[in-house]
Write a protein of this length. Structure first.
Length: 216
């Protein structure tokens, strides 16, 4: 049996939603993609009206990734995402690793850029939504199922099975800002909700941003 510490990323490890950060980063990095902002708005409205699948609307947010190289994606992590990491999250990751936990970050955002969170020395693995790859470059097309809700549990079980790991339910813990992660929370006994409250769960208040990205 293994002690797991499972963390969501958006608004849990970082204070923002990386999807919107990437949309803005993409438009600045690749100005010709600005025209696509209209499609983002339209598809978001259609999704809100339940007229479009989440995979399709998410694809519109990542349109610019089709024009990015590997170094562009790594730079997004280094210059944007790291600036929004909660100090409290880093402290919790460090503490759990010192206590012998296997640490997983599991996100609905694309693995294409979330994978760089593995640079944090306390993180064992990152799991995220997969984007299709064509000619060695990421596309904005979601491959498979959006990694959210029950799908997070499926991905976690697949990961654990591939490494012959078993969850120690009583000792393991999970962290998220969203109740959509309830399926994930049910994998463990110790459940922490970030910056909000809910009956039966412990609330943690994280609000201090990393002051120097060189500290990570």
């Amino acid at each position: 049996m293994h002690k797991l510490a499972i963390f969501d990323i958006d608004k849990t490890i970082i204070s923002k939603d990386s999807m919107f950060l990437f949309l803005w980063y993409g438009m600045k990095k690749k100005p010709l993609t600005w025209f696509h902002a209209i499609a983002v708005v339209c598809k978001t409205v259609l999704y809100t009206l339940k007229l479009m699948k989440v995979e399709d609307v998410k694809a519109s947010f990542f349109y610019a990734i089709r024009h990015m190289e590997e170094e562009d994606l790594e730079r997004f992590y280094e210059t944007v995402l790291k600036k929004h990491i909660f100090i409290e999250a880093m402290e919790e990751l460090k503490t759990k690793k010192a206590e012998g936990y296997h640490i997983l970050l599991v996100s609905a955002s694309p693995y294409a850029y979330m994978r760089f969170f593995k640079k944090i020395p306390y993180v064992d693995e990152v799991i995220g939504t997969n984007l299709a790859i064509e000619d060695g470059r990421y596309t904005n097309r979601v491959e498979g199922v959006n990694c959210k809700g029950e799908e997070k549990v499926v991905r976690i079980h697949n990961y654990l099975k591939s490494r012959s790991l078993l969850i120690d339910y009583d000792q393991s813990c999970a962290y998220s800002d969203s109740l959509s992660d309830m399926p994930l929370f049910k994998l463990v006994k110790n459940r922490y909700l970030i910056n909000r409250s809910y009956p039966g769960m412990e609330e943690l208040r994280w609000n201090r941003a990393i002051t120097s990205i060189t500290d990570i």
